[in-house]
Design a protein around this ligand. Structure first.
Ligand SMILES: [Zn+2]
Ligand SMILES: [Zn+2]
Length: 438
């Protein structure tokens, strides 16, 4: 009875607020707050109180009260982000009617990396820390401190940035020789074909796109990548049937998500019931939540080799992610995402749900009629990270098979033959020589 009464107070409050009758709305809403013990009613009433006031301090405190009863109240979180200046109200979009994106080639700006001492090309040395001049070997050590910033999920989802992918070709002028060149939408680093200057596209100017926040630096060179490939091929008894190209080093984008909230579950359990007629079994219904704290769940941000990349992702040490700095990309191929953050977040939710269901605590296993729900899983934050990968193909078993090497720690990922052949007697010869030659 009490409950229905509070709900109808809330309902009337909302109707009055929508009709612009602020004073009446306020009376209903305050009455609902004083009457109700239901978190759902309380949070909604506080939310509507925040809507009917023009006083920023009162608005903030109403929103904070709303969130104290429902952390997941998306509209309140969004309003608070606007109040805090983290979200520009003009940028908010309707996700069901995304604005059209121009595919006209866009003028891009880029950083060029040349040696301040001799003017030759600076490249990122794959030692994880330094930029080195190819000619005079002048070295610049990149800062190793700092942490890659997490981005607020809700704010990004409220704007077009959370939903889009790069679609326009990028045009830019080489600052070395003035040549103009064009890059595909998702490629962000390139070397000028005429003067060989390394460039990295500056993403700050682009309001439609999310920028990488983190990067895991390439930690070894092509020769080391070739050695790793060779020993992997040997260990798996593969006899390459044709030429194997040297692995190519590239940075590929991944999204990482921090997920909180809870997995709701319900089920039944038998419990002994000590009654007057001796003990018997009674069915008890259980309805509870299992709290979730998942940090940095990685999801591929590029479609091209997503299935291979997915299998390699768990091998990355994401805690070693550094703040993004374009210098790590000097003279390395790099791509940004072609899977939008919004799409990837759905993938992340379902991966998290599958993973967590397997880890639910033991007492849940004793329940029958078990039902779980991901409805209360909450993506809190995310970031775009560029991960170092080496890629090549190895021909065997009648097809070319993609092989990826984790550029951070050398872990190799690829399909292996179901029936390995015996090792060739001559060991490290033939195709291997080409790979390891200087
Ligand atoms: Zn130099
Ligand atoms: Zn040039």
């Amino acid at each position: 009875m009490q409950r229905d009464y509070a709900e109808s107070l809330l309902h009337n409050g909302i109707v009055e607020a929508k009709a612009g009758e602020m004073a009446t709305a306020r009376r209903y809403l305050e009455r609902a707050i004083n009457t109700s013990g239901e978190h759902a009613v309380l949070s909604e009433a506080w939310y509507w109180l925040s809507k009917i006031t023009d006083d920023p301090a009162e608005k903030r405190s109403a929103l904070e009260n709303c969130l104290s009863f429902d952390m997941r109240h998306a509209r309140a979180r969004r309003e608070l982000a606007i109040l805090d200046g983290k979200l520009d109200a003009r940028e908010i979009i309707n996700p069901d009617a995304l604005p059209a994106v121009s595919t006209d080639p866009a003028q891009a700006t880029a950083d060029r990396f040349m040696c301040p001492q001799c003017g030759a090309k600076m490249v990122f040395a794959p030692d994880g820390v330094s930029l080195i001049c190819e000619y005079c070997t002048r070295t610049q050590i990149l800062p190793s401190r700092g942490e890659a910033k997490e981005q607020d999920f809700l704010i990004a989802m409220a704007t077009a940035r959370g939903h889009g992918v790069p679609v326009a070709m990028q045009v830019f002028h080489c600052q070395g020789c003035g040549a103009e060149f064009i890059l595909p939408p998702d490629v962000i680093s390139s070397t000028c074909a005429y003067c060989d200057s390394p460039h990295v596209v500056s993403l700050e100017s682009s309001r439609e796109l999310l920028q990488p926040e983190g990067i895991i630096p390439q930690a070894f060179d092509q020769k080391q990548a070739a050695r790793l490939l060779v020993s992997w091929v040997e260990q798996n008894g593969i006899n390459p049937q044709g030429i194997v190209d040297l692995p190519r080093g590239v940075y590929l984008p991944i999204w990482t998500f921090d997920i909180g909230g809870a997995i709701a579950y319900s089920g039944d359990r038998y419990e002994a019931d000590e009654g007057l007629q001796g003990s018997s079994q009674k069915v008890f219904h259980v309805d509870d939540e299992y709290p979730v704290h998942l940090n940095d769940l990685p999801v591929p941000a590029s479609r091209k080799i997503a299935s291979y990349l997915s299998r390699l992702l768990p091998s990355f040490e994401l805690s070693a992610t550094r703040p993004y700095d374009p210098r790590y990309l000097a003279n390395w191929a790099a791509e940004v995402y072609d899977i939008s953050m919004a799409d990837a977040s759905l993938d992340a939710r379902s991966r998290a749900y599958t993973q967590l269901k397997r880890k639910l605590p033991g007492d849940i296993a004793s329940l029958f009629n078990l039902k779980t729900s991901s409805a209360n899983l909450l993506i809190e934050s995310f970031k775009l990270v560029l991960a170092p990968i080496w890629i090549t193909e190895v021909p065997f078993g009648g097809q070319k098979s993609l092989v990826l090497i984790n550029g951070q720690n050398g872990i190799v990922q690829g399909n292996t033959p179901s029936q390995p052949r015996p090792k060739p007697k001559n060991g490290l010869f033939g195709w291997l020589d080409d790979l390891l030659d200087d």
